[in-house]
Design a protein around this ligand. Structure first.
Ligand code: NAG
Ligand code: NAG
Length: 422
């Protein structure tokens, strides 16, 4: 035993010197990586990952290849006000498709635009805003369309933003927001009512959904609902915990005021959903998996807290952030009292349900509309929207699928409030 110790410590020194060497090279590399990330082009690709067009060699005009039923999906193009062409899929709500199948069982011809127009008027539609990378044909996205069509009895309208898939142009924050608005307007121009359309964003698409929902709220337009699946609160906050291959790449920069300033200057996208959510005027569902390694679920918690904040007593004692500053005893006690009052009020306004083997569902009557937060145990990053339990919460909150009947005989908001909050 005693003999082995020196040997071990020798090994350790070796290891340390090797580590030291790596740090030395990393130190040289670091400014290079940051400089690279500061380049608008690199950053655009790092943010949107639009060049990554999986599945490769997509046949957009053959959605059947990706598992959708024959003649259920229309491949089409939209034109944005700034003249981009966007590729899109319109997937029929399953009940509508099954009726079609029953009336012409022998031959399922390709879906026509007139059937799409009918279904837009007779069924709710999920406007689906996908995340970074890949196209509307990616298998984990198709899984969501299938579920929304079959379980929520909704049409799905999925677009590829500018620069993605077969769409023209190049992505930008304002460009993507305009693409989403164009898709919304496309539905409205074809007979949809705002109360027929649920806006659903996933990952990066939650940032786009946030911008769209905010714009509609400013216009006084109220969609049926807004679903944020695996959202981030803002790009700035996302960067605080940004990991590249497991390395918290930007953390060192944030330790210094100049580093933070630099970071602010080099980041060209914001997607400030945190600033947008308080303006949402429609029932809002936020879902996040605890095992999401790309965007920690704390981001959803931040969004929920922002929606909850106006319902709780304010904290008047500010916690000092500058080093060396502390609270006086009186301040500390006041803060504790305020925190307790807040926690107590939170317990009153939020209905929390622990669902075994699934997760936690929190529901409350927000200032402007009901809010449901689903924190699942599973689903990782890309699959949280494919969780049946999440879809059922969407169905309940937005009056879709088996919950749709109830919608006809009472006001939508009253019903949602009753079911969600009571
Ligand atoms: C949509 O536009 C792209 C070019 O931007 C074109 O390749 C494609 O065929 C068009 N699709 C449809 C359905 O018109
Ligand atoms: C829009 O773009 C198309 C090519 O994608 C081009 O032919 C057309 O002239 C453009 N229209 C305007 C108004 O810029």
């Amino acid at each position: 035993m005693a003999k082995k110790l020196p040997e071990r410590s020798r090994q350790r020194t070796g290891l340390f010197s090797r580590l030291y060497g790596s740090f030395f090279y990393l130190g040289l590399l670091y400014p290079l990586v940051i400089a690279l990330l500061a380049s608008p082009t690199v950053q655009k690709h790092a943010t949107f990952k639009h060049a990554w067009r999986f599945p490769y060699y997509v046949k957009y005009d053959m959605p059947e290849k990706y598992g959708l039923a024959p003649g259920k999906t229309l491949n089409l193009n939209l034109t944005t006000p700034d003249n981009c062409t966007l590729g899109a899929w319109f997937v029929l709500a399953d009940p509508c498709y099954q009726t079609l199948r029953a009336t012409s069982p022998s031959q399922l011809s390709p879906l026509t635009e007139s059937t799409v127009l009918d279904s837009i008027k007779t069924h709710p539609t999920v406007l689906f805003l996908h995340g970074a990378g890949g196209t509307r044909a990616a298998s984990f996205r198709v899984e969501d369309y299938r579920a929304f069509s079959a379980r929520l009895h909704a049409n799905v309208f999925a677009i590829d933003y500018r620069g993605f898939g077969d769409s023209t142009g190049s992505p930008s924050e304002s460009g993507l927001a305009l693409d989403a608005y164009t898709a919304w307007q496309w539905l409205m121009a074809r007979g949809a009512q705002p109360a027929d359309v649920v806006i659903a964003g996933e990952s990066l698409g939650t940032g786009v959904a946030g911008q769209l929902a905010r714009r509609l709220a400013h216009e006084g337009v109220r969609p049926r609902g807004i679903a944020l699946l695996a959202p981030f609160s803002s790009v700035a906050r996302l960067l605080e915990s940004y990991h590249l291959f497991g390395v918290p790449l930007l953390q060192p920069l944030q330790s210094f005021p100049w580093g933070l300033r630099l970071l602010k200057r080099i980041v060209h996208v914001e997607f400030d959903t945190l600033a947008a959510v308080p303006e949402f005027n429609a029932p809002t569902l936020i879902a996040h998996a605890q095992d999401d390694l790309e965007i920690p679920h704390a981001h959803s918690r931040t969004l929920v807290d922002a929606l909850l904040a106006p319902l709780l007593p304010a904290l008047t004692v500010a916690v000092p952030t500058a080093p060396g500053k502390t609270l006086s005893t009186e301040e500390f006690l006041a803060l504790e009292t305020q925190r307790e009052a807040r926690a107590a009020r939170r317990g009153e306004v939020v209905r929390t349900t622990h669902v075994p083997n699934f997760g936690v569902v929190e529901a409350f009557r927000g200032l402007r509309a009901p809010v449901v937060y689903v924190e699942t145990f599973w689903g990782s990053h890309a699959e949280v929207g494919a969780q049946e339990g999440v879809q059922d919460e969407m169905a309940k909150l937005f009056g879709l699928g088996v919950y749709r009947q109830e919608r006809e005989d009472e006001s939508v908001v009253d019903r949602m409030l009753r079911r969600v909050v009571e």
